[in-house]
Design a protein around this ligand. Structure first.
Ligand code: NBP
Length: 479
């Protein structure tokens, strides 16, 4: 009963993934966990499943068909390195080690290089969808070599979520490409969540509707172009009543948002690549701001506007918020795909952006109908430099921009924070601008640091002799 796939690490994610694998026709799954109890619990709880339990790395390797393939689902960081080292000891050239945890893509690049030297294949695979996805079908973003994809592809396709008949897995690109794309997925998720939160806040403050009434608004939005898992669960959360107090649950939850770091990775990486992912950055910073109660406490009496939000027509206002949310969401996805495009160029990956949008249509947290429109945009123009300039999005932004501007102005006027809405609009207007005040920045840089500038009317690099007679000279290009 040799197993065709193995799983190392049988905590929540690993055990669910192992069960998913075992439930598919033709799979026999070798399972191993550092402490034996988790292995015993899993096999005892699921006697029907085709598991081959192993209690040492040697036994685990011996139970796998060659070329061996094993998916690691342990804590990211050192535990992952420890497991890789142990597997490398007992595996042979041609075998495949998959890291399905939330690794930073630069760690994956490092590990792939080191493992490749032993002749063993290493695949970093982003797996999205949490516990539920792992069990019933996640969205899977594998990197690694073409050779490993031949063995791994059919197995991963068998367990992935399915969107319109297509499995939500594609070979994203080499070495760290899969974990890079998973990282950006999480960054977009941060932006999507923050935008929804801002929409809720504006509707509540603008119309005085209760959370349960706003749940109805979101449920209705979920029937239209905003249809998505996150909008759907927003309605569920807003409708929930706290059993202890009888209050809406959202009113008794402490308003300090946690984060596990993937949003910050997305923003840090974008900064290094020079990609303006301002929506994702504002969403990440908004969580940081919320989580500093001492700063918020001392700031409570800072002056604000006299008047709160004044809404005459609640329905019209809610429709404006919906359009502002949609436009800002287009910006967030456009920025996220821009980061993937820049990452691919920097790290020499060939990434099919349309294929990435398609594998996010099911199984993952940002799953939405909307992703089909992104796939269409890249199908029509694979080298599209700015996603939001695709005709479908231009039409949507044209339809939304008036409402978007009204909402951002109203929020600013009433002193309501809407960082993701307003930064997205600024990004949009920045892209549209024929001239940017970046010209003045270049002048300032040349003034204090002789950093030079280019001219609009002739080639070359120039410097003004600011501390001399202020004539212009041709200069070496020093940026
Ligand atoms: P945890 O991240 O809580 O890790 C626990 C597992 O790691 C246990 O099996 C534990 O073994 C094992 N482990 C540790 Br800790 N140190 C080890 C070592 N030195 N050698 C061998 N095994 C070691 O598990 P999880 O919550 O199931 O998450 C697994 C991975 O999936 C993580 O990378 C996580 O970031 C990712 N994840 C993804 C999602 C998602 O939505 N995609 C959700 C949650 C987690 P033990 O039983 O012997 O202690």
């Amino acid at each position: 009963n040799a197993a065709n796939i193995g799983v190392v690490g049988l905590a929540v994610m690993g055990s669910n993934l192992a069960r998913n694998l075992a439930s598919r026709e033709g799979n026999t799954v070798a399972v191993y966990n550092r402490s034996r109890s988790k292995t015993d619990e899993l096999t005892a709880a699921h006697p029907e499943a085709e598991f081959v339990p192993a209690f040492s790395y040697e036994e685990f390797a011996a139970s796998l068909q060659k070329p061996r393939a094993a998916i690691i689902m342990v804590k990211a960081g050192r535990p992952t390195d420890a497991v890789i080292d142990s597997l490398v000891e007992v595996f042979e050239p041609g075998d495949i080690i998959v890291d399905g945890g939330n690794a930073l893509f630069t760690d994956t690049i490092r590990r792939e290089k080191a493992v490749r030297e032993t002749g063993i294949n290493f695949v970093g695979a982003g797996i999205s969808g949490g516990e539920e996805g792992a069990l019933n079908g996640p969205s899977i973003m594998p990197g690694g070599s073409d050779e490993s994809w031949v063995t791994l592809g059919p197995i991963l396709k068998s367990i992935a979520a399915v969107a319109e008949g297509e499995p939500c897995v594609t070979h994203v690109g080499h070495d760290g490409a899969g974990h890079f794309v998973k990282m950006v997925h999480n960054g977009i998720e941060y932006a999507d969540m923050q935008l929804i939160a801002e929409a809720y806040d504006l509707i509540r403050r603008g119309t005085g509707k209760s959370p349960a009434e706003i749940a109805d608004v979101f449920a209705e939005w979920n029937q239209g172009e905003l249809e998505s898992y996150l909008i759907e669960i927003t309605a569920e959360v807003l409708r929930q009543t706290d059993a202890a107090t009888g209050q809406p649950l959202v009113d008794v939850i402490l308003d300090q948002a946690g984060a596990k770091g993937t949003g910050a990775w997305t923003v840090q990486t974008a900064l290094s690549l020079g990609v303006p992912v301002s929506g994702i950055a504002e969403a990440t910073f908004a969580r940081s701001l919320s989580s500093h109660p001492e700063q918020r406490e001392v700031s409570r009496d800072l002056p604000g506007p006299e008047e709160g939000l004044k809404v005459d027509d609640a329905d019209a206002f809610i429709e404006d918020v919906r359009l502002a949310l949609y436009a800002s969401k287009i910006v967030a996805y456009s920025q996220g795909f821009d980061e993937i495009r820049a990452g691919a160029a920097e790290y020499d990956w060939t990434i099919d952006l349309g294929a990435v949008s398609k594998i996010w249509r099911a199984g993952c947290i940002i799953r939405a109908q909307f992703l089909n429109r992104i796939a269409d945009a890249y199908a029509a123009e694979p080298e599209l430099p700015v996603l939001l300039t695709a005709p479908y999005f231009v039409e949507a932004l044209g339809r939304a921009q008036g409402a978007w501007r009204r909402i951002v102005s109203a929020a600013a006027g009433a002193g309501i924070p809407a960082p993701a809405f307003s930064s997205s609009l600024s990004y949009y207007d920045g892209l549209r601008a024929e001239r940017l005040p970046a010209a003045l920045i270049q002048g300032q840089r040349d003034f204090f640091g002789a950093h030079t500038y280019k001219r609009i009317d002739k080639d070359g690099t120039f410097h003004t002799l600011w501390s001399g007679d202020r004539t212009e000279i041709e200069a070496e290009d020093t940026h």
